[in-house]
Write a protein that binds this ligand. Structure first.
Ligand SMILES: NC(=O)c1ccc[n+]([C@@H]2O[C@H](COP(=O)([O-])OP(=O)(O)OC[C@H]3O[C@@H](n4cnc5c(N)ncnc54)[C@H](O)[C@@H]3O)[C@@H](O)[C@H]2O)c1
Ligand SMILES: O=c1ccn([C@@H]2O[C@H](COP(=O)(O)OP(=O)(O)O[C@H]3O[C@H](CO)[C@H](O)[C@H](O)[C@H]3O)[C@@H](O)[C@H]2O)c(=O)[nH]1
Length: 328
């Protein structure tokens, strides 16, 4: 049986593919390469270049590769872009996910693991966010994902499609073996941007907002290392295959770091005292997002990289790899 990984040429999907291959799974990737990279796909995985909304193509891939499970990563992911192009986000993330779920149901796919996000919680003002809290996403990106969660849950009730919905908090770091990393040139993620500032790829780093009600006034996030996140998917997939319950699960470490704490760690690990500008708040940023993680842990998931210094070191190494590629 093979696993279909949509978005497997992207940042998180490519780490997922490595974890699956390391675990001895057969992998086929479907990616339209809109933000992913052909080079991020290992030789041992089959790559089909195409769109998750193309039902004929997806049906063919499922049949030809004997797919029993789908891990659905493909999406557009930039929150501010979702505000200026909401219909584009609803089309790519919601309408095409609907098409994919329908194809999965028709093809008799057994298990569906979906990439959701802490953005579904919106501005929840709680020290730890649990999966059962009321959901109120504050941007089209979060809403596009929440609608996909609902479609999956309804398809389960009506058609028996089994699902695991994983709500990622802040994904960071890179494969410790140096095989993949966050490669999007214009990425906005804090650790990536700070690593670029440390390596002279950006002139300075903005700290967006210093007047939040947090310990040092800057936003707090729960940073989860990308291979740890990929292993959470493996654990969820195994549970589904073994008849475990369908579930919605947060993926984080259950503790947070503030923006200034992250900046300090990046300075320490890189040895570079890059310029930091204290800037106004970025619209739409909740003060604090930290996961309650009992559920994913109850499946036996144990993080192996819960260490900000290590995560930052991986991000810096990957940035150097990318710089080397550009120079070559
Ligand atoms: N990066 C984060 O911090 C974060 C946090 C929460 C949730 N997520 C979710 O994780 C998933 C992966 O995110 P990422 O950071 O790896 O982003 P990414 O942009 O690196 O990867 C997305 C991949 O999907 C592909 N893709 C997009 N639309 C497609 C379509 N219609 N058909 C086929 N392929 C398509 C892209 O080419 C790319 O390879 C997304 O669903 C995202 O919403 C990411
Ligand atoms: O140059 C920067 C970049 C970020 N930040 C701050 O750092 C924190 C983290 O920002 P990121 O952009 O790294 O991550 P977000 O928390 O905004 O977003 C992440 O979590 C979201 C869920 O809330 C989505 O899932 C999204 O895809 C994912 O990147 C925020 O307070 C942000 O204002 C800065 O101060 N300067």
């Amino acid at each position: 049986m093979a696993v279909l990984v949509t978005g497997g040429a992207g940042y998180i999907g490519s780490h997922m593919v490595l974890e699956l291959l390391d675990a001895g799974e057969q992998v086929v990737i479907l990616d339209n390469l809109s933000t992913g990279f052909r080079w991020a796909v290992p030789e041992a995985a089959a790559l089909v270049v195409g769109d998750v909304g193309d039902q004929d193509l997806v049906s063919k891939v499922i049949e030809e590769h004997g797919v029993d499970s789908i891990l659905h990563f493909a999406a557009r992911i930039v929150v501010p872009e979702s505000v200026t192009d909401p219909l584009g986000y609803y089309f790519n993330n919601t309408v095409k996910t609907r098409a994919l779920i329908e194809t999965a149901v028709r093809a008799g796919i057994k298990n569906f693991v979906f990439s959701s996000t802490a953005a579904v919680y919106g501005n929840a003002d709680m020290p730890l966010l649990s999966e059962d809290m009321p959901l109120s996403p504050i941007n089209p990106y979060g809403r596009s994902k929440l609608m996909s969660e609902w479609m999956l849950q309804d398809a389960h009730v009506a058609h028996g499609l089994r699902y695991a919905i994983l709500r990622y908090f802040n994904v960071a770091g890179a494969d410790p073996k140096g095989r993949s990393g966050q490669s999007t040139p214009q990425a906005t993620h804090l650790i990536k941007v700070a690593a670029q500032a440390a390596l002279g790829q950006r002139p300075y780093l903005d700290v967006f907002g210093t007047d939040y009600e947090t310990s040092d006034g800057t936003c707090v996030r729960d940073y989860i290392q990308v291979n740890d996140l990929a292993r959470a998917h493996l654990v969820a997939l195994r549970s589904l295959r073994e008849g475990g319950d369908c579930a919605v699960m947060n993926c984080g470490y259950g503790h947070g770091a503030s923006v200034l704490e992250v900046v300090d760690v990046v300075k320490k690990v890189s040895g570079v005292d890059f310029e930091v500008r204290l800037s106004p708040r970025r619209p739409g940023d909740p003060a604090q997002l930290v996961a309650k993680v009992d559920r994913i842990r109850s499946l036996g998931w144990q993080p192996q990289h819960d260490n900000l210094m290590e995560i930052v070191d991986q991000a810096l190494r990957w940035e150097r790899t990318l710089m080397g590629r550009i120079a070559a």
